[in-house]
Design a protein around this ligand. Sequence first.
Ligand SMILES: C[S@@+](CC[C@H](N)C(=O)[O-])C[C@H]1O[C@@H](n2cnc3c(N)ncnc32)[C@H](O)[C@@H]1O
Length: 176
Amino acid sequence: MPKPSQENYVPSHKEFIVEFVPGEYRSSLRTRQAFKKGEVMAPLRGLTRGPKRYTSVQCGKGPDDHIELNSDLVYINHSCDPNVAFDLSSRDPSQWHLRALKDIKAGETLGFFYPSTEWDMDQPFKCECNARSCLGTVAGAKYLSKTELLAHGFVNKYILELAAERDGEAKLQSRL
Ligand SMILES: C[S@@+](CC[C@H](N)C(=O)[O-])C[C@H]1O[C@@H](n2cnc3c(N)ncnc32)[C@H](O)[C@@H]1O
């Protein structure tokens, strides 16, 4: 399903609204209601499997573990100081959800830490989140240490497992 566009826009979630900005990749998603830290903001429904793309979200360790959100949630930008997280760590996809990492006020722009779901991103970019903790370039968890990863809040289990496998291999190589 293509990304929702400004023409004939109908929000996919009554709680959220896309802020359309002219120019490539400039748009974002804002919340119309407040959420408490830890609250489930939206279950993930209507997902489809597909290839890794700039719109896809990784959902496991395998090469085919990528889903399309098929909703306005695709407009959530990356932030190095995220206020939300996509939690796809459950083995049961019906439990996958978007969760508040902080208390969030109505009107706030939503941002999640892309390396918390993505190991090696299809389309790295120069981050414009303006957070004090900004990484500069966002390319995926593969390019971050475990410490760097965990410094930005929630990280999905499969990403932590991939980081552990990478670090274990690096240790083994240094012993050979
Ligand atoms: C899934 S889209 C998110 C919605 C996007 N802003 C749009 O208007 O289509 C992901 C793309 O948005 C842009 N993006 C997301 N977060 C960003 C950030 N913090 N700084 C710069 N660009 C960002 C990048 O081009 C990235 O590949």
